[in-house]
Design a protein around this ligand. Structure first.
Ligand code: GDP
Ligand code: MG
Length: 435
C-alpha cells in the first residue's frame, strides 16, 4: 500500500476562495499577511487563488461555521460569481466546522493544515519524507474521519494528493496502528541518522543545513551544489535518504550538506513532531544556510519567520548564511530594493540561482569561510567610545543578544577567536579604567 501519492491526474483546475477571521482583539495586518502566505501556499499546492476575504467577528472564530452562518450565504454567492470550487480557511478547522462548511457551501473545504500537508506530500521524495508526511496526514485526519464520509468522492487535498480513498475506508483502529508503525519506522531512521551524524562528527566532517520556506529552492540548491564533482559514495553518507550529501569545498575539505523540510508559519505541533528527525539535523549542524526565494513578496517577514522557528527548535548561536535564490528571475534593481530591507542583518548574504548555477562558487567560498573559523563564545560590554571599532567587526560575530545599555553595548554570542580577543581588551578597559 502506498499513501500520499495518488497517481491520478486532477480533472479540472481548482479555483480557491480564501477566508480568514479577525476578532476585535487581533491585528488585521497580521491576518492579512497570513492570508497572503496562505495564498502562496495554495498556489504552491497547485490551485488558483481567486479571492482572499477577511471576516471581522467581534468574538472571533464561530465554533459552528468558522465565519458564522450568515456570512456563509454571502460566501456562496461570491464563490459562484467568481467560479470558485474550493474554500480554504486560514485557521485549522474543528471536525464540526469542517462538516458544517462543506454541507452549507457544497464545495470542497480545506484548512491551512490540509494545504501544508498537501505541499509536504508533493515535496516528499525520500522514504523518510514520505513516512513523515503520511504520519502527519493521519494524525490530522483521525479526529475528522467520521465527518468526511463524502471526502472519498472529493479527494482529500488539492489535486488528488493528500489522504486518498483507501485511507478513508480504514477505521480509526487501523489508522492508529498504522501511525504507530510509521512512527516506529521514523524513529528507526532517526536513530540511523544519529549514528551516521556521530560518525561524521568523529571524523570531523562539518555539516551545513539548508533551511527555509518550502519552495525556496533548497533541494534544487543541494542538487546544484553536489552535481558538480559528486564524490564516490562513502559509507558515511550512504543513508536511506539522499538528503545528506558529501560536498568538497574549494579547499579540498569534505563537508556534508543536509536538505531539510520546508518551514511554514502556523504549523500544528503534532505535524512538526513528525519531522523531528530532520529538525535534529538542523540543531546539530555547524553552519545554517537559510535559503530565501528572492521573488517572493514580504521577504523580510519570511526571514524573520524562519528565524523564529529556528529559535523555537533551539538551534542556539551558530554561524549563518542568508542565501537569496532564483536571482535569474529578477533584475538587479529589484534585488537591490529587496536587500535594502535586510541591510541591518549582519549575516553574510549570497545571491544565487540553483537553476542557472549562478553564484555557487561564491556560496562555496562563504561556507568555507564559516566552517574554517574557530568560534569562541563571549559576553562583553563595549564602551561607546569604542563603538566604531565594534561596528567594524560586528558582521563577523554571531550575535545572540545585543543591548544598548548606559555603560555601553552589551553583546553576547560567538565570534572568531582573534576578534573576540580584541573586543575583550576594549571591554576590559571599561571595567577597570586606567589610572
Ligand atoms: P524546496 O521546497 O525549498 O526544496 O524547493 P525546490 O528545490 O523543490 O524548488 C521549488 C521550485 O523552485 C521548483 O519548481 C524549482 O524548479 C524552482 N527553483 C529552484 N531554484 C530556482 C532558481 O534558481 N531559479 C528558478 N527560476 N527556479 C528555481
Ligand atoms: Mg525540498
Amino acid at each position: 500500500m502506498r499513501f500520499g501519492h495518488n497517481e491520478l491526474a486532477p480533472t479540472d483546475k481548482e479555483v480557491a476562495y480564501l477566508v480568514g477571521v479577525v476578532s476585535e482583539r487581533e491585528d488585521i495586518f497580521q491576518v492579512r499577511e497570513e492570508l497572503d502566505e496562505l495564498a502562496e501556499l495554495t498556489r504552491t499546492a497547485g490551485a488558483e487563488v481567486s479571492e482572499c476575504l477577511v471576516v471581522h467577528r467581534k468574538g472571533g472564530i464561530d465554533p459552528d461555521f468558522y465565519v458564522g452562518r450568515g456570512k456563509c450565504q454571502e460566501i456562496i454567492q461570491a464563490m459562484e460569481h467568481l467560479g470558485c470550487n474550493l474554500l480554504v480557511t486560514n485557521d485549522e478547522l474543528t471536525p464540526r466546522q469542517h462538516k458544517n462548511l462543506e454541507n452549507t457551501l457544497e464545495v470542497k473545504v480545506l484548512d491551512r493544515t490540509d494545504v501544508i500537508l498537501d505541499i509536504f506530500a508533493k515535496h516528499a521524495v525520500t522514504t523518510e519524507g514520505r513516512l513523515q508526511v503520511e504520519a502527519a496526514q493521519l494524525h490530522h485526519l483521525l479526529p475528522r474521519l467520521r465527518n468526511r464520509r463524502d471526502l472519498s468522492r472529493l479527494g482529500g487535498g488539492i489535486g488528488t494528493r493528500g489522504p486518498g480513498e483507501q485511507k478513508l475506508e480504514m477505521d480509526r483502529r487501523v489508522i492508529r496502528k498504522r501511525i504507530q508503525m510509521l512512527e516506529r519506522r521514523i524513529d528507526e531512521i532517526g536513530r540511523r541518522r544519529a549514528v551516521l551524524r556521530e560518525r561524521r562528527k568523529s571524523q570531523s566532517i562539518p555539516n551545513v543545513a539548508l533551511v527555509g520556506y518550502t519552495n525556496a529552492g533548497k533541494s534544487s540548491l543541494l542538487n546544484a551544489l553536489t552535481e558538480v564533482g559528486v564524490l564516490v559514495e562513502d559509507k558515511l553518507f550512504a543513508t536511506l535518504d539522499p538528503t545528506t550529501r558529501a560536498y568538497k569545498l574549494p579547499s579540498g575539505k569534505v563537508i556534508s550538506i543536509t536538505d531539510t523540510v520546508g518551514f511554514i508559519r502556523k504549523v500544528p505541533a503534532d505535524i512538526v513532531a513528525a519531522f523531528r528527525a530532520t529538525i535534529e539535523d538542523i540543531v546539530e549542524s555547524d553552519v545554517i544556510c537559510q535559503v530565501c526565494d528572492i521573488t517572493s513578496p514580504s521577504l523580510e517577514q519570511k526571514v524573520n519567520a524562519v528565524d523564529e522557528i529556528l529559535a523555537d527548535i533551539g538551534i542556539g548561536p551558530k554561524p549563518q548564511i542568508l542565501i537569496f535564490n532564483k536571482v535569474d528571475l529578477v533584475g538587479p534593481q529589484i534585488i537591490m530594493s529587496k536587500l535594502q530591507h535586510l541591510k541591518n542583518d549582519v549575516r553574510p548574504k549570497i545571491l544565487v540561482s540553483a537553476l542557472k548555477h549562478i553564484g555557487l562558487d561564491k556560496l562555496a567560498a562563504a561556507i568555507q569561510e564559516m566552517i574554517s573559523i574557530n568560534l569562541a563564545p563571549f559576553e562583553l560590554t563595549i564602551p561607546y567610545i569604542y563603538e566604531k571599532e565594534y561596528f567594524v567587526v560586528r558582521h563577523l560575530l554571531v550575535i545572540e543578544k545585543e543591548v544598548f545599555e548606559d555603560a555601553g553595548i552589551f553583546v553576547k554570542g560567538l565570534g572568531p577567536e582573534g576578534v573576540v580577543g580584541r573586543l575583550s581588551t576594549i571591554a576590559h578597559q571599561l571595567s577597570y579604567p586606567r589610572g
